[in-house]
Write a protein that binds this ligand. Sequence first.
Ligand SMILES: Cc1ncc(COP(=O)(O)O)c(C=O)c1O
Length: 369
Amino acid sequence: MALKQYERHEPCNLKLFTPGPVIVPDYLLKELALPNDTHRNAWYSELQESVEEQAKRLMYTKNDVLTFISSGTGAMEACMSNLLDGDEPGLVLSCGAFGNRWHQIGQGLGKNVDKYKIPDGTAFRADKVKEWLDKKDYRIVCIEANETSAGVMNKMEEIAPVVKDTGALLCVDAVSALGGLKVEVDKLKIDVCLGSTQKALALPAGLAIAAVSDEAFEKAERTKNRGYYFDMVELRKKMLAKHQTPTTGPIHTLRALDISLNHILDVEGLENCFARHRRMANMVKGWANGRGYEMVPDPGYESPTVSAIRRPEGMVTLDFVKQMIDRGYRIVNGYGDLRNKSFRIGHMGALMPDDIGELLGVMDDVLDK
Ligand SMILES: Cc1ncc(COP(=O)(O)O)c(C=O)c1O
C-alpha cells in the first residue's frame, strides 16, 4: 500500500496573519526537513549552546538560558513550581486570557496565588501595581510583556522597577514579544523572561526558552517539590555540564531556532526587526482608524506583534474571519473574554509590511462588499 500522503488542502494554503503559530519561511522549513541526529553528542551540544548565546542577545542578558521541551506554557508552569515554596504568596497581573492562564497554573499546582485582574484591553500602570504589592509580601510577580488575547503591550520599563523594589522575583511572559518587542532583561532586572518558538521567532511550536537570574536559581534550589519535567535546577545542571536537556527535545526545532535567531540578530538586525514589527502594527492601526474601528488596547499600549480590533456594529466576527479564509487569509477571532467581540491580526515573524498592505486591501474588499 502506498504511503499515506497528507492532503495539502485549505489550511496549509492559507496565508497566516495569526498570533501564533505563524508562517514558517522557507529558509527555516529547510532546516526542519534535514536528516535527523541524536541529542547526546558534541554536535547537539554546540547547537544548544549557540541557541543559548543568541537567546541571551535577543533578551539583552547575561543570565543563563534554559531550554524547555514544551510550548510556552511549560515555562510559565516552571515559574510557579520552582519559585514559590509551600504557601508563599505569588501575584499574577492579568490583563487577558494568558494572564488568567498563569493564575490557573498556580492554582492547579496548589500555590497561594492572587490575581490582580484589569479589564481586557487595558494595560498595567505602575502606581496601581504598587498598591497591590503593598498588600502582601509577594515572592513572585508574573506579568505578560505582551497579552496576545487583547493585543496589549505592558510597559515593562514602568512596571519592573516597582516590582523589583519589593524584593519579589519578576517573571515575564514574553511568548508573543520575543523577536518583535524589545525586552531588556538585565536592565529591568527581570528574573525569568520566557518565550516560545511559534510566534515572532517564526517556527512551529515545541520549544520554550527562558533567561533565568541567579537569584531565581537560588530560590529554585530552596524550593521543595519542584516537579520533574520543569525542574529549573536539573535543567540548569544539564545545560552547564553539556548544553543538553535532561529529556529528548525536538532537535529540528532547535536547529531551526538557531538559524532564526541568527537571522534576527545578524541578518536583519534586532533594531530593524523591532521597527518592522512596529511598522506593521501601525499600518493595521491606521487602517482600523480609517474605517472608524476601535482598537482594543488603550492608545499607546498597542502590541507590535498582534493587533486586536473591536468588532464594529453589524459585523459578525466569525463570518468576517470565514470570508477572509475563503480568500486565502487566516486572521482570527478575539480570545478569551474578547471572543466574538473583537478580531485579531498577527503581524509577527517573517511577515513584511507589504504582506500587511495586501491583507488590509483584501479586508477592505470583503468589508465593502
Ligand atoms: C502571551 C502568551 N503566553 C502564553 C502563551 C501560551 O503559549 P504556548 O501555546 O506556547 O504554550 C501564548 C500563546 O498564544 C501567549 O500568546
